[in-house]
Design a protein. Structure first.
Length: 61
């Protein structure tokens, strides 16, 4: 009998992206002041994304 090879459906290099993204997200959470985190309000036609407000008075939106 011959050998059969199994090919992955996903390129192994593509698997590095979520790993690196997770690594950077954890590093960000460990190093920033989470009191600066804000959400763009969707009620005001915002995007609902999270962002860090590093403005001097903390009022960026």
């Amino acid at each position: 009998m011959g050998r059969s090879w199994c090919r992955p459906l996903v390129d192994p290099a593509a698997l590095l992206i979520p790993d690196r993204l997770t690594q950077h997200a954890v590093e960000l959470l460990r190093t920033v002041d989470l009191r600066q985190s804000r959400t763009c309000p969707p009620a005001d036609s915002g995007c609902a994304w999270l962002f860090l407000d590093q403005s001097r008075n903390g009022s960026r939106h």
